[in-house]
Design a protein around this ligand. Structure first.
Ligand SMILES: [Zn+2]
Length: 209
């Protein structure tokens, strides 16, 4: 991959949640899609960080919780096509009950999304100009996925830190981290908090102090 082709990453997040714009030239993909009813805030962040909304051609939610996907439909109405990995199809309608009337959530239509079998994610992303793949990384939720770029950047949403996973879930969480490592992940871009090397997500208990 030449330096010119290496994707750039900008965080346009707000309200303690990261929304990552991955750009390969003018081909841009938004990872995680805003709180419900915050289109004005999203537009303001994009303007401030010099990301033209009309260049964001695609959006991907790491999982369908309201801080990660609540604005999806409004982004679609602004021209963003929604990429939906197969594990997420049934999760989309389950999000609405977690919204309140005052959130001004706009229901996500189901018949106009780009459904992606995991085995085809690399080919779909290549068409967008992005070298990478989408991996199923359940643990925080069954529908959680990660975008892994070929440069080692992994967008993991709320995939639980292995040392913090509840016992009942520890195996699923560990397997997701293992999958990311096997596929070459080196840097973690989480849904909340700073970018960290994957080594800081070991299964050992976090030392206190
Ligand atoms: Zn979250």
């Amino acid at each position: 991959m030449s330096g010119q082709d290496r994707p750039t990453v900008v965080n346009v997040g707000y309200r303690s949640t990261n929304y990552w714009v991955v750009s390969a030239g003018r081909s841009r993909l938004l990872i995680d899609l805003g709180w419900p009813g915050t289109m004005g805030l999203m537009r303001a962040m994009l303007t401030r960080l010099d990301v033209p909304l009309n260049e964001i051609r695609y959006g991907l939610a790491t999982h369908y919780h309201i801080d990660h996907a609540g604005l999806a439909q409004e982004l679609k109405l602004a021209g963003v096509r929604l990429l939906v990995p197969e594990a997420q199809v049934s999760a989309i309608p389950l999000m609405k009950p977690f919204t309140k009337p005052r959130d001004n959530y706009v229901d996500i239509t189901l018949d106009d999304n780009v459904i992606i079998p995991f085995a085809e994610s690399r080919a779909v992303l290549a068409k967008i100009g992005i070298a990478g793949e989408i991996l199923p990384t359940p643990g925080h939720s069954d529908d959680s996925v990660s975008l892994l770029l070929d440069d080692g950047s992994a967008f993991t949403g709320d995939l639980t830190h292995p040392a913090l996973a509840p016992d009942a879930n520890a195996g699923v969480v560990a397997a997701s981290w293992q999958l990311l490592r096997e596929h070459g992940a080196t840097r973690i871009y989480p849904g909340h908090g700073p970018v960290r090397p994957i080594g800081s997500y070991s299964g050992d208990r976090i030392a206190s102090g």
